[in-house]
Design a protein. Structure first.
Length: 553
C-alpha cells in the first residue's frame, strides 16, 4: 500500500512539473473581417444589461466589441498538436495559447491571419515575486475591529467607521444610498473564503454575488489561490453590524481573477484585458482593480517612464477603453512611494483611469503610496482614501482585521462611487468622477501625493444636483435650446471676467473648448459641427464652475 502511495505521489509530482513547463504565447490576429458576429446584433455577445448601459450613455459598438473569428482560432488550434487555448482577449483581437515546445510557434506565425505572436510566459524564468501582496496582507492582521468600544469608532460600522466617516460616506448611507442597483466587477488575485465567511452572508442571501470568472486558470474556482480579493471585497460588500460594515453593502458584485501573485509576467496584463472585457459584457458599472504593473520576471517587458504616458501599455490602453465603453474604472495608485521607483504603474497612469492613493486614519499620506509623475500635466493619483490600517476581512486570521496598501483605499472609493451613482444611475461615469474630484479638499492645489485630495461624498451629491442644491439658481443661460447652429451663452455677472467654455457629450468626452473674455454680451458658440443629441456645457471662471444641459438638433 505504501509503495502504491509513493508511486501515486511521484506521478502527481510529475504531472505538476509537466503542467508548469508549458510556454504561453499571445497570438494577435490581423482583422475581424470574416467574423460571423455583427455590431448590429450585440445581443449575440453582450448581456442585456450591457446593451442597456451602452444605450443609456449613447455609446455605440465597434470592432473591438466583436468576438474573435472562430475560424481563426480553429486554424491556430490545428497548427500543432501541443497547442491549447487558454483565453480570448477580444478587445485586442488576441488569444492566449500554451505550447509544450516553444519552437512550434513558427507554425502559428506562418498562418496568413496571424499578425504577431509573443511569448508571454516562460516557465524557465525564475520568478522575482514570491507574493506581490505579502507586505500588504501581513500588516497588522492580528488587530481586530473594536466593535465600537473606541471613541473614534461607530458601534454600527466597527473598525470600518473611520474609512467611511473620513469621506462622509455615512451621510449617503443615512439617505439609503448604499449602492443598490449598481454592479461592481472586482479584478483581483483570488477570493479565498468569500463563499463561506459570515461577513459575506448578506451578499449571498440577497443574490448580490452575481458570478465569477477565472482568467488565470479558466474553469477553475476563484475561491482559492489568494485572499487579497477577499479583503478588497469585504471593504465594499462586507456586512456584520457591530463588527464591520462595508462602504457599498447593497451593490452587486462579479468576482474576476486575473492576477497570479506568485510570478509577474506580461500575460497578467492580457488576463486583465480579458477580465475587463468580461466585466463589460455582463454589464458592470464599476471596475475595481487593486493591481499594477511596472517590472516583470522577463525584464524585456519592464515598463519605462515613456511607457507610462497614459495610453501606451497593453493594460492601460484597455483600462481607457473600458472607461470609454461606459464603466467607471478605478485602480490603486500602487505601493512604491518609498522605493527607488516611487511612481504609479500601469494602468494607474491611464488618462481615463480613476487612480486612488492611500492615507491613514488621520488623513496623512501613507509613506508607501505611489506618487504621480511631477513632469505630467495629468494629476495622479486623482484622490485618496484610507488604505493604511484599513479594516476588512482577513483570510489569515479569519476575522475582521487591519491591513495596509493602496489596494484597500481603491475599494473604499469604488464602493462610495457606487453609493453616489445609485442616487441617479442615468448619469454617465464621467460626471460621477467629476463630482467626486470637485468635492475633494485639495481641488485647487493638487499635488503628486494626494492628487486632488480626500473627497467629501455629501458634497459630491450636492454637486451632482441630487440633494439640497437640486433647485439652485443657475448663473448661466442658454438660447436657443434646442439649438441648430449657434448657441448663445449668457452669464449673470456685473464685471468683465475670463471664462472657459467646455462642451461634453453624454459619454463625458470633451468635444469643444473655447476661452473668451465675458463683457456683459451673450457669447456666441458655434455648435453646427456637433452631431444631434444632448450635451453638457460647463462654464469655468475664477469665481464660478457650473454646468447646464442643451440639445443639438
Amino acid at each position: 500500500m505504501m509503495k502504491k502511495l509513493l508511486l501515486l505521489m511521484i506521478l502527481i509530482s510529475s504531472m505538476l512539473i509537466q503542467a508548469q513547463e508549458v510556454y504561453k504565447f499571445a497570438v494577435e490576429f490581423k482583422d475581424k473581417d470574416h467574423t460571423p458576429y455583427s455590431i448590429d446584433h450585440p445581443e449575440a455577445f453582450l448581456s442585456q444589461r450591457a446593451i442597456d448601459r451602452r444605450a443609456k450613455y449613447y455609446i455605440g459598438y465597434n470592432e473591438s466589441d466583436l468576438p474573435i473569428d472562430p475560424a481563426y482560432i480553429s486554424n491556430v488550434l490545428s497548427a500543432t498538436d501541443d497547442v491549447q487555448l487558454i483565453i480570448q482577449v477580444k478587445w485586442i483581437n488576441t488569444i492566449i495559447i500554451s505550447l509544450d515546445d516553444p519552437n512550434h510557434i513558427a507554425s502559428i506565425n506562418a498562418l496568413p491571419e496571424v499578425k504577431n505572436t509573443a511569448m508571454v510566459y516562460n516557465p524557465n524564468l525564475k520568478t522575482k515575486f514570491a507574493d506581490k501582496f505579502k507586505n500588504e496582507m501581513n500588516t497588522d492582521l492580528s488587530i481586530k475591529a473594536s466593535n465600537g468600544t473606541n471613541s473614534n469608532d461607530s458601534a454600527f460600522y466597527g473598525g470600518a467607521w473611520t474609512q467611511i466617516h473620513q469621506l462622509k460616506g455615512e451621510k449617503l448611507h443615512e439617505q439609503n444610498l448604499k449602492g443598490e442597483g449598481m454592479v461592481i466587477a472586482v479584478l483581483d488575485a483570488g477570493f479565498i473564503s468569500a463563499d463561506t465567511a459570515k461577513v459575506f452572508d448578506n451578499l449571498w442571501d440577497n443574490g448580490r454575488l452575481l458570478g465569477t470568472s477565472n482568467m488565470v486558470e479558466p474553469g477553475e474556482t476563484v475561491y482559492a489561490n489568494h485572499g487579497h480579493g477577499t479583503f478588497v471585497l469585504s471593504i465594499m460588500g462586507g456586512y456584520l453590524p457591530g463588527e464591520h460594515v462595508g462602504v457599498a453593502p447593497e451593490a452587486s458584485y462579479w468576482l474576476i481573477r486575473t492576477e497570479d501573485v506568485y510570478s509577474e509576467n506580461i500575460i497578467e496584463e492580457y488576463n486583465w484585458v480579458a477580465g475587463a472585457a468580461f466585466a463589460d459584457s455582463v454589464g458592470a458599472d464599476i471596475l475595481n482593480t487593486s493591481l499594477g504593473y511596472i517590472d516583470f520576471d522577463d525584464s524585456n517587458f519592464d515598463h519605462t517612464y515613456d511607457d507610462l504616458d497614459g495610453n501606451t501599455t497593453i493594460i492601460t490602453k484597455a483600462a481607457n477603453m473600458a472607461s470609454q465603453k461606459g464603466m467607471l474604472v478605478l485602480n490603486s495608485a500602487g505601493n512604491s512611494g518609498h522605493l527607488p521607483w516611487r511612481y504609479v504603474g500601469a494602468p494607474a497612469d491611464g488618462y481615463d483611469v480613476f487612480t486612488i492613493g492611500s492615507v491613514n486614519g488621520n488623513g496623512v499620506i501613507a509613506y508607501s503610496s505611489s506618487h504621480g509623475f511631477p513632469w505630467s500635466e495629468d494629476v495622479k493619483p486623482d484622490v485618496v482614501a484610507r488604505g493604511s490600517g484599513a479594516y476588512g476581512y482577513s483570510v489569515g486570521s479569519a476575522s475582521i482585521a487591519q491591513s495596509s496598501g493602496t489596494s484597500f483605499s481603491c475599494p473604499v472609493i469604488s464602493g462610495m462611487s457606487a453609493c453616489l451613482w445609485s442616487a441617479n444611475p442615468t448619469l454617465s461615469p464621467f460626471w460621477i468622477k467629476e463630482a467626486i474630484v470637485k468635492s475633494a479638499d485639495k481641488l485647487f492645489n493638487p499635488d503628486t501625493l494626494y492628487g486632488y485630495g480626500m473627497p467629501d461624498f455629501q458634497l459630491a451629491l450636492n454637486i451632482l444636483g441630487l440633494h439640497e442644491d437640486v433647485n439652485a439658481e443657475k448663473h448661466i443661460q442658454l438660447s436657443p435650446n434646442p439649438v441648430k447652429n449657434t448657441l448663445f451663452v449668457g452669464l449673470q455677472a456685473n464685471h468683465n471676467t475670463d471664462v472657459e467654455l467646455l462642451i461634453y457629450n453624454l459619454q463625458g468626452v470633451l468635444v469643444k473648448r473655447q476661452n473668451i473674455n465675458y463683457n456683459h454680451s451673450k457669447i456666441p458658440l458655434n455648435v453646427s459641427s456637433l452631431s444631434s443629441g444632448m450635451y453638457i456645457l460647463e462654464l469655468r471662471s475664477d469665481k464660478l464652475s457650473e454646468t447646464i444641459k442643451f440639445t443639438k438638433i
